[in-house]
Design a protein around this ligand. Structure first.
Ligand code: NAP
Length: 276
């Protein structure tokens, strides 16, 4: 039996074990996925555990995605560019760090036949997930990406970090409404609107009437299925997308790295749809 871990802090609420174990079982693969609660002070011990022969690798989530990079023996170009690792592969005791969040997000857009190519995009948020989504959008040839974040300095810093990959700039509160009206993809990468303590907080990261005139409103939050931003967009007749697709496809690309086998994404969707 090969072990795969999720390194998280806290780890309690994750639905990734359900999704991956359903996929392993479906294909009859001798793998088991388990969430490990690892405090920042225990990261070094967790890295030693990942090097053990029975461990295939791990996923990494908040707050460790940047910190684990220092422990990697090698990094993929994507992980280097995004500046975060969400997938670790144990190659005979050597740890390879990779990132599947960007490809997972793009694959979720493909699923609904939406291509960022040639589109003007407004991305809300400038945290860890925003880095992967921004990388994905620029790789997919979005014409321009405007970043809006509560802490505006972080939006400016993120735009600077990715300026070599495409046209990207920080949006200010003054021009945000108009910039959103004129974009064709609005994506929320903040945690605003996410279920907290079992309750839907019914808040949006932007005012309710800040919506594109056409196109897609995408939210990488997957619980609830329809956060307030998507409810507003739906009411305005816009196409919407929640974050379940990104979750499943980033997981599917990690699965392929550990097992060498294509993940059964339909099984993964089914296993967690009932949980969110
Ligand atoms: P993070 O690095 O902590 O970043 C959080 C972001 O949210 C920052 O831009 C932060 O703004 C903003 N924010 C937080 N509270 C806010 C508030 N009250 N008002 C305005 N802005 C606020 O977190 P992350 O790792 O990027 O994750 C963000 C979300 O993405 C989470 O909900 C996570 O579950 C989701 N996610 C989903 C997937 C998926 O597969 N679907 C994958 C990864 C992440 P400041 O900079 O101003 O603090």
């Amino acid at each position: 039996m090969k072990d795969v871990y999720l390194l998280a802090y806290p780890a309690g609420h994750s639905i990734s074990p359900t999704m991956h174990n359903a996929a392993f079982q479906h294909l009859g693969l001798p793998f088991h996925y388990q969430a490990l609660e690892v405090g920042p002070e225990d990261l070094s011990i967790a890295m030693d555990k990942l090097r053990e022969p029975q461990v295939a690798g791990s996923n990494v989530t908040v707050p460790h995605k940047q910190a684990v990079m220092a422990y990697m023996d090698s990094l993929s170009d994507v992980a280097k560019q995004i500046g975060a690792v969400n997938t670790i592969i144990n190659n005979d005791g050597l740890l390879h760090g990779h990132n599947t969040d960007a490809s997972g997000y793009l694959r979720s857009l493909q699923d609904i036949n939406f291509s960022p190519e040639g589109k003007s995009v407004v991305m809300i948020g400038a945290g860890g997930a925003a880095r992967a989504v921004l990388y994905a959008l620029l790789e997919a040839k979005a014409t321009e990406v405007f970043i809006y974040n509560r802490t505006s300095e972080k939006a400016t810093a993120l735009a600077d970090d990715f300026s070599a990959l495409g046209k990207v700039s920080a949006a200010t509160t003054d021009n945000l409404k108009e910039t959103i009206q004129n974009c064709q993809l609005l994506v929320n990468t903040t945690s605003v609107g996410m279920v907290k303590e079992g309750k839907d907080p019914d808040v949006s990261p932007i005012p309710d009437d800040y919506l594109p005139k056409e196109g897609l409103v995408s939210d990488i939050i997957y619980k609830p299925r329809q956060p307030r931003l998507l409810a507003n967009a739906h009411q305005a007749g816009l196409a919407t997308q929640h974050g379940l697709g990104m979750l499943v496809y980033q997981g599917a690309y990690s699965f392929k790295e550990w097992t060498g086998v294509d993940a059964p994404t339909d099984i993964m969707f089914k296993s967690i749809e009932v949980l969110v």
